[in-house]
Design a protein around this ligand. Sequence first.
Ligand SMILES: *Cc1c(COP(=O)(O)O)cnc(C)c1O
Length: 358
Amino acid sequence: MAYSWEKNVRTVDPYTPGEQPSDKNIIKLNTNENPYGPSEVIKSVIASMDDDYLRRYPDFAATDLVNELAAFHNVSKDKVFVGVGSDDVLAMCFMTFFNSDKPIIFPDITYSFYPVWAEMLRIPYETIPLKEDFTIDTDEFVKKGSVSGGVVIANPNAPTSILLGKKSIIDIVESAKDSVVIVDEAYVDFAEVGASALDLIDTYDNLIVVRTFSKSRSLAGLRVGYAISNPKMIKYLNDVKYSYNSYTMNYPSIVIGSAVIKDNDYFENVIAKVKNTREWFSDELKNLGFAVLPSSTNFLFASPQDGSAKEIFEAAKKEGILFRYFNQPRINDYLRITIGVDDDMKKVISFLRDFLTK
Ligand SMILES: *Cc1c(COP(=O)(O)O)cnc(C)c1O
């Protein structure tokens, strides 16, 4: 029986994150976490954290973290916004900038949180199908950009792993000049040099670039994300954030997050290792007959020859190997496999070889 207050409830179909099993022996390749933990430098920062600060409110402006990010990206600090993971930053962006009656646009196959925020915040949206080869249809985005209420592009895209070229990003940003374009660069650190749209923020006043510490910087558990844009957009974002919850960044996140940005050699080393393993693993998958999309991320999106993605997903799970499988049109014969450490990826290849030759 429905309660009478239920008609006034804001109902939503929530985003479903990948499983987080408690069994540590599972080879966990389902949520694109970094397989390499924090460096010794970061562990000592954690150990020496000033516990007196836990009883106090944190610096609401997260000044240390903002300053480190500004220095790292060589921008002024009024161009940096920080949040509790990029999910928080993206939600704030949707809330702040997508406030018209016109639909926002994003690809039909992309980060599945975008339609969830749109639904929750009552933002009209329209999806633009990826092309047959799973690349973003730049021409369609350019055509619809000028009449849209905003644009969201994950670049590289997820779960396809494919990078959209800089020229296409520029064309889309130029076409949508009366609305805000969010480029979600969760995986850009695994892409080629020059892939980021960050160097365009001074040219286009409608562009905002969102990044996360969860993938390339091995800190999914800490929840740190940020955005870079012009000072005007950052001010509008902060106004919304402070109207919602003024202390979003906790003290450990500010301290550890700042230290991680300074720990650049370790970061570059981890990226290089993941990219090496990705190239090796991609070749192995192709040898096993998989079609593998060209990845600029820390995961591969791959389809087995015989249409058995779902069976492989289920069989792997029984063996303690967790992939991500999306039971949705167009991609229900693909597996999304995060790049783990070499030993684990070797085990995955031998599991797949056994499965496919059975
Ligand atoms: C993982 C991911 C995010 C969110 O990451 P956070 O952990 O919230 O920073 C955002 N966008 C895409 C495309 C992602 O894959």
